[in-house]
Design a protein around this ligand. Structure first.
Ligand code: ZN
Length: 324
């Protein structure tokens, strides 16, 4: 037995969702308006159950509480820190912003804030996303929002398959229709909706959160340090790319050609298989599966032509530990 902890995804239907989670990943989705697959989550709004092995049927939140040894030293952190999703946006998501840890703790019942990052799995030609805005001061931001000058306010960027973006708390953003992406984020479900394009869903508009949005949107927008993915190891066996080593998580993408050995060190790792079929320590794995490699697991052997994204939380991540 490998000791890898496989999870059953939780699906979220949404007005903007589609059917690509079934068409591309083969998931048994609840409807053709399914927007999100929460592949690795211990959040109360979608707590994944362990699929097989000695912890079969246990929720990830219970596993986190009852078996801290599997996760290294959580450092007193109450909650499983990360959440990994695949998002199928058939329609545009609202233009939104998330709070940081301090604002969320004070205003959202002690919730974590939300930093998130996106790996673009696929998109329609000509697709854009929204990251940031063009207001020069808080006053101008408020004015532009109140006057509905959305075209002048929001900053659009063209995207293509394989692109990677970091969205800090306080950064206004939106995923646009036609995008399929993997999101790694802090375990938080707090979204402040700034603008929903005046759409009606089921006859009425969705709620906006203008006060909270104006509280948390950073002005002016600082393009700052968008992560620059870089290849950290490459050979005949495959290639490993560091997508981001941020303040909340570290994400790598590994494209395995034949076989690949990875030691994640003293911290657990979230692994999502994005392409192909193969095995992980002898256990068959395929596109769409999500599992956790426990802390201090030692080398994990991946075989086959597969690609995966692995994320580790930063609070326990040590540069000296593991090869990631
Ligand atoms: Zn978001």
């Amino acid at each position: 037995m490998s000791g890898l902890i496989f999870l059953k995804p939780v699906f979220k239907e949404s007005v903007w969702g589609g059917s690509r989670l079934r068409d591309v990943f083969g998931y048994d989705i609840p409807s053709d308006h399914t927007g999100e697959c929460w592949g690795i989550s211990a959040h109360k709004n979608g707590d994944c159950l362990v699929d097989g092995g000695r912890f079969e049927g246990l929720s990830l939140s219970a596993l986190w509480r009852e078996h801290p040894e599997l996760f290294g030293s959580p450092g007193g952190q109450k909650e499983f820190p990360l959440l990994v999703k695949i998002i199928d946006a058939r329609e545009d998501l609202s233009i939104q912003v998330h709070p940081d840890d301090a604002y969320a703790a004070a205003h959202e019942n002690g919730s974590l804030g939300k930093a998130e990052c996106w790996y673009i799995l696929d998109c329609d030609p000509g697709t854009e996303i929204v990251i940031g805005h063009h207001a020069g001061s808080p006053r101008e931001l408020r004015q532009m929002i109140e006057e509905g000058r959305w075209d002048a306010l929001i900053r659009r960027i063209p995207i293509k398959k394989g692109d990677f973006f970091q969205i800090d708390p306080g950064c206004i953003h939106a995923i646009k229709g036609g995008t399929l992406l993997l999101e790694t984020q802090q375990s938080s479900d707090i979204t402040y909706r700034v603008y929903d394009y005046g759409r009606l869903w089921g006859g009425k508009p969705r709620e906006l959160h203008l006060k909270q949005s104006l509280d948390v949107i950073r002005v002016p927008f600082d393009e700052g340090e968008q992560p620059r993915p870089r290849v950290v190891k490459e050979g005949a066996e495959g290639r490993k790319t560091c997508l981001i080593a941020g303040s909340r998580y570290v994400c790598h993408k590994v494209d395995v050609n034949t076989c690949w050995e990875e030691d994640f060190g003293g911290d657990f790792a979230n692994v999502s298989i994005l392409e192909g079929e193969g095995s992980a320590d002898g256990v068959p794995v395929r596109k769409g599966q999500h599992f956790i490699v426990p802390a201090d697991y030692g080398p994990c052997r991946f075989a086959g032509a597969i690609s995966f994204i692995a994320s580790q939380p930063v609070h326990t991540w040590k540069e000296s530990g593991g090869s990631l």
